[in-house]
Write a protein that binds this ligand. Structure first.
Ligand SMILES: [Zn+2]
Length: 254
């Protein structure tokens, strides 16, 4: 099984990485895509991939980190993308829930990265929080870019718009939460070939492990179990389907 979105460079996971990887393996989670959220984190993610062949990365500037980058530094992303450990650009996007960066800065950094993705033919990982319409409007200007809306937790209408635009969607711990009936309805409606499972660890621990504050890649198994329960798939089928989707989207080797 693949955890298609985690943050292994976060100190909460980094500080116990050998154990985290061992527990992942014992849950059948053998591959991970770790996400770098700014230029420094990108370098750390790549360094990790060098020593861990089953870990690959996506790197970009997260909307909630855009206040820490200068627009003049963004061309460095082009060199960083050239590293063979890097499979995608992101996460990138718009976040109207947190207010870490002004919207104008978020837009500028997002558009720069979509332009770069267009030039490099790279898939992108989208972080969109309370900003679906604006995110889709920006992306419309870059029609060649393939994207996954990671950690989807929105409404059925928002899901419909994302699917109509041709993008994939990633599901995380919240699909297991008691109150998430609408999100489970979205999963039920998802076309099989557009669905990824992920943890977003160290955030969003799924049930039944929610008491453990720090989420970890092993727990993508619980997300996959819930997705399978909703879809009427066995865990093996869910694994095969979501793994094939991740391999195709990220250009991961089998
Ligand atoms: Zn993330």
């Amino acid at each position: 099984m693949i955890d298609s979105h985690c943050h292994l460079t976060d100190p909460r996971l980094r500080s116990q990485l050998a154990d985290v990887l061992a527990r992942a393996a014992s849950h059948g989670v053998t591959r991970m895509i770790t996400i770098g959220t700014d230029l420094d984190d990108a370098r750390e993610a790549i360094a990790l991939c060098k020593v861990l062949p089953n870990v690959r990365c996506a790197v970009g500037v997260h909307p909630n980190h855009t206040q820490n980058v200068e627009l003049s530094d963004l061309p460095l992303l082009r060199e960083i993308q050239a590293d063979p450990a890097v499979l995608a650009l992101g996460e990138m996007g718009l976040d109207y829930f947190h207010h870490f960066a002004p919207r104008e800065k978020q837009f500028a950094v997002f558009e720069f990265q979509l332009q770069l993705a267009t030039e490099l033919g790279r898939p992108v990982v989208i972080h969109s929080r309370e900003a679906t319409d604006d995110t889709l409007a920006v992306m419309k200007k870059f029609p060649a870019v393939r994207a996954v809306f990671h950690c989807f937790t929105g409404t059925r209408e928002e899901a419909r718009k994302i699917l109509d635009a041709g993008y994939l969607m990633g599901f995380t711990g919240p699909v297991t939460f008691k109150k998430s009936d609408e999100l489970r309805e979205v999963v039920r409606l998802m076309p099989q070939d557009r669905l990824l499972v992920e943890t977003d660890a160290p955030y969003l621990t799924p049930e039944p492990m929610r008491k453990q504050k720090t989420n970890e890649p092993a727990f993508v198994r619980y997300v996959a179990e819930e997705v399978g329960r909703i879809k009427g798939w066995t865990l093996e089928q869910t694994d095969a389907i979501t793994t094939a989707n991740a391999e195709r989207f990220f250009g991961l080797k089998k």
